[in-house]
Write a protein that binds this ligand. Sequence first.
Ligand code: IVH
Length: 676
Amino acid sequence: MNRDSASERLEELYALISEANERYYGADSPTISDAEYDTLFRELIQLEKRFPDLVRQDSPAKRVGSGAKAAAFNPVRHRRPMLSLDNALNEEEALDFDRRIRKLLNAQDNVNYLCEYKFDGLAVELVYENGELMLASTRGDGETGEDVTANVRTIANVPQQLRQVPWLPKTFEVRGEVLLAVESFKRLNEERVARGAPAFANPRNAAAGSLRQLDWRVTASRPLEFFAYGAASETPLPAGGQSGLLRCLKELGFAVQHDALVAAGMDAILRRYRELEKERDKLPYEIDGVVVKVDSFQQQDQLGLRSRSPRWAVALKFAPREAFTALLDITVQVGRTGTLTPVAELEPVNIGGVVVKRATLHNQEEIDRKDIRIGDTVVVRRQGDVIPAIVAVVTAKRTGRESKFQFPVKCPVCGGPAARENEEDAAVRCINLHCPAKLGERLKHFVSRGAFDIDTIGEKLIDQLVEAGRLKSPADIFTLTFEEIAALERKGKKSAANLIAAIEKSRRIPFHRFIYALGIRHVGERTAKALAEASGSLEELMAMSPGQLQEIGDIGPKVSEAIRGFFSDEDECRTLRRMLELGVEIEYAALGRLTAGGASFAGELVVLTGILASMTREEAGARIEAEGGKVLSAVSKQTTLVIAGEKAGSKLKKAELLGISVIGEEEFVERLGIRE
Ligand code: IVH
């Protein structure tokens, strides 16, 4: 890059970063994500390093915050500047930090580090005189912040009076983070949206917005919390380092992170970092990484400070999970049971290494609750292997050109009517039994493993055949011929022969799998088995009354109604008859054998990973074993199935690498036969 273009780019970066700073520190509604900000900031620092004569006096790299002065609060000059932290974005950069520290300290051995949470809140300084809280201020630009004393006094866990310990310094400055717990954040957002106020993008913004209220009574109504992590005083504290300082702070009455880890060397710190990254969603507070601090004060002094950050600490960030992007459109997908699901079509955005293009919006209520409009800038969050979701709208970015989404009254695929089954239902369904979208999904279910087990047919071919009008009902599968499959684009003779053989083989099917294959709503594998056992034959089953059905364990009115509805439908009955005419042969097994042979995980070597919402891991393991499977702890080539819950990590990746089948919780529960 030459000098001219560097100068141009620097101007751009100054503007971008200043705007972001202003929003972050001032208006509490950021417009770029932390990760984007970090990238811009790094670029700025690198350019300034290469072209030092282009550095402006007011470069954001020289300052901590924006210096944005909110007129409403009195300025407070910090006695000592409130510094920021340098970031390490990955383990390699953390190791660089460790090498640098050891070199500067001339240390042969490991250095003792303290690993704290990097709380994602708002830095605040509290000043105590003779143990009494006198002043509380925000960080501001690092030199001067805002007086928020009245508001901070409303935070329940901020001591107004410190415990009278013998070593209590006359003037004592405490620094820490003001936070809103994740649960409180969610509750607050729900309340806000309910009364038409814009939702906060994340707990940090909510905490900042709550603290910077002109009326302290508003702050008092928000359950803010304060965690202390730093202090300064003229007289020494009985602590030789950061870990000792945390103990002192606790003794004085402050909340501190109780499980901050002291360890010799970076390896142990990195292990903790990895652990925490996996567990971060289980923590009651949002953290966006860990802060690694040289523990000993003596070593900290030796290392000293840079202009905006101490040399003795680094913020080791987690991979970002949220990003800002544009909501380009909302489309509607139709599932097997006809449920219409709105889907957010996003401007593709990289979130922690994964490009996200779509996010689920669940239903109209969700869209209304979050006031999501087409054209909005939104906060998208991805977590483990769950479908990305929209957390909030950045209302500050609204131009007025955004449009509200109208939920269709017609199915977007067949044009047939779509409606809620009853008032309380959040889901809108396509009512047309012959909707091709439903048909496609239904056929995919029909050929799935627990059903007719012809999944060699593949989803693409199903879609193709449905589109061509060749498959109008599941029965049509049994009319497919070798010639027509082989003639289809890219389908070779061999795969056509395999498919026809699979269809042939599938014609003989155990009764419970036949029932499951029909795709009756609420009838998973377990219910299908119960129905097979209780009825004994298709004819009997078709003739069962709602009362008789409800005598079968597990079946309630909703399920019995779905079953009755299915068998009273003319078209469904015609399809059933056709299947039998086309040579489908139902195997009616003896009761005992049915359960054993039909165990839904028979012979499977299963690995569980991630968190299941509906049951504990132990329970899941017990159920799999009861269904004939074996649960293993690690993924290997022998594994036949991986069940991935939320936040599944390396095991899921390995399974994908080895090409092992992976199912999510929904399918797992369905295979167990637990009803929706
Ligand atoms: S120490 C001199 N410790 O991160 C070191 N900061 O990017 C400055 N933060 O302004 C702060 N958790 O708002 C420290 N355990 C922790 C922290 C922490 C969160 C925030 C704090 C600070 C920012 C620096």
